[in-house]
Design a protein around this ligand. Sequence first.
Ligand code: ZN
Length: 307
Amino acid sequence: MGNKQVMTVDGFVDANQLGVTYSHEHLIVQPQIPEEKYIPYTLKNQHASTEEAKLFSKAGGKTIVEMTPIYYGRDVRAYQKIAHEAGIHVVCCTGFHKELFMPKWFQDKTKQDLYDIVLDEIENGIDGTKIRPGVIKIGTSFDTITSQEARAIEVAARIYKDTRIPISTHCDKGTMGMEQLDMFEKFGVSPEKVLLCHIDCKYDIDYAKELCARGAFICIDHVGRDLENQDEFCVRMITELAEAGFANRVVLAGDMGKIDYLPSYGGKPGLAYILTELKDTLMKYISKQDFWQMLIKNPQRFLSGND
Ligand SMILES: [Zn+2]
């Protein structure tokens, strides 16, 4: 059996070379809505983002999954440069965010049009480059799946079945994970091929366990927000999931697509945090083996489709 491969911004890499992986981050990102509240969520300074990636690398990080989709300020040329300068792998994505952030043209396209747009990025490259995505993104809104989002899910399912590229989803404040899995199953994609992100944002550990029990991967990716309480809730959630035997379904990240979280942009704690402070805290509660499984083995299994 040959080695499993994962598509990065520099082409295929053996899955076992990915090393320590953050499964949901943003390096260069810009919500396409001209409102003041989105300004902090804009990361456009390539130099600062490179510095951040270097800090990640210095802390032992090796791979970042860049989850900025179509029409959200995605810049694959910049991701490639950052990857080279920081000496890391970057996996970028295709697909769409939740409806609020979809391009205006989304609703005017047929499902076949949308399929063709996404497949073209996978087969030929993104934005006139040869850089290809390693993940398909979809998003749903808070407590609901809109009809446009349902179309994006159907397209992603069909793309998955034709390409075997795994699907990573935006669960708004952690909601709609079950419903997303229901829809994917209806369209022939098993939960093992889906990574549900932001699940910690719902503050419901039983819900997280149920998603894992269905076989999905879940991403706990809002660590580093509650520094005063040392991420008390996320630590408890990770601990309980490990105790329940779900260490093999959990991946970690910071989703630090905001200037407030990145030292290079004047914020904190930065991309190194999970591998330094959070690690020290978590080691009191979970085994080393579980910790590294969440950061190395599980992202490898998810990204290579070897669930
Ligand atoms: Zn994100």
